[in-house]
Write a protein that binds this ligand. Sequence first.
Ligand code: AGP
Length: 607
Amino acid sequence: MCGIVGYKGKNEACDLLIDALRRLEYRGYDSAGIAIWHKGKIEIGRKKGKVNELGKDVCNKEIFQGSMGLAHTRWATHGTPSEKNAHPHKAGDVVVVHNGIVENYMDLKERLRQDGHKFLSDTDTEVIPHLIMSHINKGMGFVDAVRAALAELKGSYAIGAIREKERIMVAAKKESPLIVGIGLGEYFIASDVPAILNRTNKVIFLEDNDIAVFKDGQLILMNIDGESVDRKVHEIHWSGAMAEKGGYKHFMLKEIFEQPRAISETLIGRIKEEKGQIEFDELKLPDLNTITKIWMVACGTSYHACMIGKQMIEANLRIPVETDVASEFRYRDPIIDKNHILILVSQSGETADTIAAMKEGKKNGAYTLCICNVLGSTLARDCDGVIFTHAGPEIGVASTKAFTTQISIFYLLMLHMGRKLGIMSGDEVRDFIGEIKRIPHKIQAILEQSSAMEELARRYMGYKDFLYLGRGINYPTVLEGALKLKEISYIHAEAYAAGEMKHGPIALIDENLPIVIVSPRDHTYKKTCSNVEEVITRRGKTLLFTDDMDHEMASKVEAIFAVPETIYELEPILAIVPLQLLAYYIANLLGTDVDQPRNLAKSVTVE
Ligand code: AGP
C-alpha cells in the first residue's frame, strides 16, 4: 500500500506535494519521490527513507519550480526499498507514480524488452510508463496511450501520469483507492483524503476504470473506453487526524476492517487457478524431497500464525513441523540440520529474537524462509527465501491484518508444497483455492456485524479476568484472541486448549469469569460442546463463537456469535475477527491507548 499525490494548478507544486505526501506516510514510508514539470522538462527527485528526507533535497532548487507535479511514498511490494526502486518512474518523456500490484508485469516487461525498452528498477510499476510510451510511439495521443496501456494491465492500480511535451496530468484507478481534490483554480489527486484536506474538502472518489484528465484548467472524467462519466463531488468534514485513519477512531480498527483487502492483495498474482497451482515469484525453495522437518519460529501474534501453519502442513502434507517461540528456540540448541526448513514469521522483519533464531538455523545449515510484511527488513533480506504478505503498513501495535495475511500465506504455501511434492492434484488445489478466494467476502460479512461485538464489549468490559478456550486449529485462535484483549485493554486474559480445562483452570470458573469459547462445527465440535456444558454448570459466563446460530448450546450460553462456515484450515481467519473486534471495543470503552498500548512497541528490536 503506497501513497500517491498529484497537483495541477497555479501555485508552486513542490511544497504542496511534499506536504500532501507527509499526510500519507501512514500508507508506506520506505522511500519517496517527486516529479515537477518545469518549462517542458520534468525534474525527478527520489530518496530512500521518509518524505522529510526528500523534502530537504528538492523544493529549494530552481529546477523543482513548477505548477504541475506528482509525488509518491512507497510501501515496497516488488523490489527492495532503494532510490532506484522509488517512484516516480520514467520512460521517454512519460513519468508515472503508482499504488497497487501489476500481476502480469514480468510478461509485459519481457515483451517491452524485446521491443528495445530498457528497465532500471526491480519494480512492477516501471512497466507502466514504458507501456504508455510504446503506444505514444505508435502515434497515439497521451490520454489514449494511457487508456491503452491500462487496458493491458492485470492487477490493481491507482496512477498519476504526466509527460514533458504537454501540460496534462492523467489519473486512473482500478481496485486501489484514488481521489480527486477540487480546489480554487487547482486540482489534486491523492490515494486518500488526508493528503489534501488542508487545501480543499471537495472530493471525488474515483471508481474502478475511471480516468481523470486535467487539461487547460479543466477536469475531464471518462472511463477506460474513453466514454464520459459523471461522479459526485463530496464535501469531507473529517479532522486531519481522523482522516489519516480513514474516518476510523484508531489505526487498529481501520486495520481490522482492511483485512478483506489485505488478504485479497496477498493472494493477487500467486493463485494460478488454470494450472491448479500456487506460484511465489519471490520464492526459491530447496528440493522438498530432501526435507525431513519444518520448523516455524516467531514471536507473539506471528507465533500463533505458526501454530496454525503447523496444523495445515502436517494434516495435508504429513511433513513433521515443530513450532517454537523465537526467544526459546534461540537458546535451546535445537536439533536442526541442512535437511530442515526453518520458517520465520514476522510482520516487521526486525524482531530481535526472530532474527537470532534465523541465525541459529543458518548456523546449522537449515534453509531459512521468511514470511514478512516489510520489504527490505532484516529478515526479508537475510533469509534464503522470502514470501511477503501484502497487508500494507500495520500501524496499530496490536497486530491484526498481519495475522490473517500470515495465515493466508501458510495456506498458499501448503498448496504450493503439496503440488511440488506431488501429494496434491491440480483439482484438489483448485478446490482449496476456491475456499480462500471466498474468505475476504466472508470477513466482510463479519465486519458488517461489528455492532454486535460493541454490544458484547459493553456487557463484559468490567470484568477483570477472561478465560479463552479452543481446540485443534482454534487453540491458536484463542491464544491470539486472549493476546489481543490483554495487550490493549490491560485485562488479564488466559487461553487454554479446551480439553485441558478440567486439568486445572476449571477451578477458576464462577460467575465472575467470562469464558470465550471458539467452537465451529468441525471434528472437535462435540467435545467442545461438553466443555461448554462444564462451564455452564459452574455458572461461568459463556461467550460462544461458532459458525452455527442453531448451535445446540445456543439457548444455554450468555452470548453467541456465528461466523460464516469454511473449511477447517481457514476457520481461524474467520473466528479471530470477532475476537479482534471484542478486544478493540472493550479497550476503546475503557479508554486505553489502543494504537500504542502502555509498555509495548510495534517492533521489539531488543531481546
Ligand atoms: C501482537 O499484537 C504484538 N504486537 C506482538 O506480539 C507481535 O506480534 C510480536 O512482537 C512479533 O512481531 P513481528 O511479527 O513484527 O515479529
